[in-house]
Design a protein around this ligand. Structure first.
Ligand SMILES: [Zn+2]
Length: 200
């Protein structure tokens, strides 16, 4: 999970909220939603010309509308928290994978859900470098803890993701033999936090 520092909301969002007394995310035009998604991604979720899903950290193609693309994810879901649907800090950009992240989460949410805006994920999670899994830190491994439940809700240990992480772990290990730590970052197309964890 990325550790997201929210930027200031864009002027066009503030104007939209100010001008319409009944402003809601639902009645925001498609082109404005697209501009908003681009604004969030480029300001908060891109590094070295690559952009990443807030949850799984796979690369997202922000300009694409197809399955490799992305969508605006409301941390507190719109259906249950309509009062937060235009709260800029409640919006992040997720990939469009069906078995993980924003689409899997859907309208689910629970108090204490560990999101990438209000929490620093590295306080809660570490990586198992053998299995490619993200695991809660020692002491919070119980299946009732928010850390465990958040991983489960987001599907962050799906086989697709753990396999991809395992491949990146091997790649990083190989690159470390002849490349400086700082240079490895430019080679990797996904999982920036995994790289940070391994380079600690
Ligand atoms: Zn994702």
């Amino acid at each position: 999970m990325l550790d997201i520092k929210k930027a200031d909301p864009p002027d066009f969002l503030l104007e939209f909220i100010e001008e319409k007394s009944n402003a809601s995310y639902k009645n925001m035009r498609g082109d404005m939603r697209k501009d908003l998604r681009h604004y969030i991604a480029y300001n908060e979720q891109c590094k070295s010309s690559r952009c990443f899903c807030a949850y799984c950290e796979r690369e997202i193609v922000v300009n694409s509308d197809n399955a490799n693309g992305s969508h605006i994810e409301h941390i507190k879901p719109q259906s249950r928290f309509p009062e937060d649907d235009l709260d800029y800090d409640n919006m992040i950009v997720s990939c469009n994978a069906k078995e993980s992240c924003g689409i899997r989460k859907g309208s689910h949410y629970f108090e204490g859900f560990i999101d990438p805006v209000n929490f620093s994920p590295d306080v809660f999670f570490i990586y198992d470098l053998m299995t490619g899994e993200i695991i809660p830190k020692e002491g919070i491994k119980d299946s009732n803890t928010p850390a465990y439940k958040s991983l489960d809700l987001l599907g962050l240990n799906s086989v697709r993701l753990t396999d991809a992480r395992k491949r990146v772990i091997v790649e990083i290990d190989n690159l470390l033999k002849f490349m400086k730590k700082e240079d490895i970052r430019h080679f990797l197309k996904q999982f920036p936090s995994l790289l940070d964890y391994m380079l600690k």
